[in-house]
Design a protein around this ligand. Structure first.
Ligand code: CA
Length: 249
């Protein structure tokens, strides 16, 4: 039997650590845990986990600091947990190098989906991602710069394409406004959030069946945007496709 990925949970609330232990071990992950940021950093260095789940509300040091410390020596995927009141902390943690976030309370399915995406990004090579990306009826050929929505070929402007390509390279993960602006417009424009609003509206208009209810280019309120990685279910997103959890590790 293969050994599951090792997840380090840094979280001061015992109840949440217990919840995570049940969820993770059931899904064949192994879990180690720390209740403070400093213990978590030490454990990350010692055990070299495959993934870190980090609570932002820790008793000793703030989560952004923990992310920055771990990033000094490691590219391990970090998923932050935040309460709703920690909106700005969440964005700081993502900008500091965290890979994704979950807002408390969250469900097991949501947790496992985030972990799978983070692990997939970690195991794929560090190059620009897949040459061909498909989700639902959307087909994006990065190499030949061709985009199809269903049967229809869609022309994108160079900036629009760059935005799409950036999202494709991180498909399934949230990207903050700053990260997207930096990647597409350059470091001098990281505050120009209105660029993103305009371009994202254009993209949705061109690529979404109903631009007012996007299925692929999702808004993460107050944080940024996420390109859906697994094909969305037609109506509700609450039901994961059957066998979903078993197909990929
Ligand atoms: Ca906490």
């Amino acid at each position: 039997m293969t050994v599951g990925p090792l997840v380090l949970v840094i979280e001061d609330e015992l109840q949440i650590r217990r919840f995570l232990r049940t969820a993770l071990t059931t899904a064949s992950f192994r879990m180690i845990e720390a209740a403070t940021g400093n213990d978590g950093i030490a454990l990350a260095a010692r055990q070299q986990p495959d993934l870190v789940v980090l609570d932002l509300g820790l008793p000793d040091i703030d989560g952004e600091h923990v992310v920055a410390r771990i990033r000094e020596w490691s590219a391990v995927p970090i998923i932050v947990l935040s309460a709703r009141i920690q909106e700005s902390d969440k964005v700081s943690a993502l900008d500091a190098g965290a890979d994704d976030y979950l807002t408390k309370p969250f469900g097991v399915k949501e947790l496992l989906a985030r972990l799978r995406v983070a692990l997939r990004h970690a195991t794929s090579t560090s190059s620009a991602g897949p040459g061909l990306f498909t989700v639902g009826d959307l087909r994006i050929d990065i190499v030949h710069r061709r985009v199809h929505a269903g049967e229809r070929e869609v022309h994108l402007t160079p900036k629009e394409f760059k935005l799409v390509a950036t999202l494709v390279a991180h498909a399934g993960k949230v990207l903050t406004h700053r990260q997207l602006l930096k990647a597409v417009w350059g470091p001098a424009h990281v505050e120009e959030s209105h660029y993103l609003r305009i371009y994202m509206a254009q993209l949705r208009h061109k690529l979404e069946r109903d631009p007012t209810r996007p299925r692929y280019f999702l808004t993460e309120a107050g944080v940024g945007y996420r390109l859906v990685y697994e094909s969305p279910t037609p109506s509700s997103t609450q039901d994961a496709p059957a066998g979903d959890a078993a197909t990929e590790t």
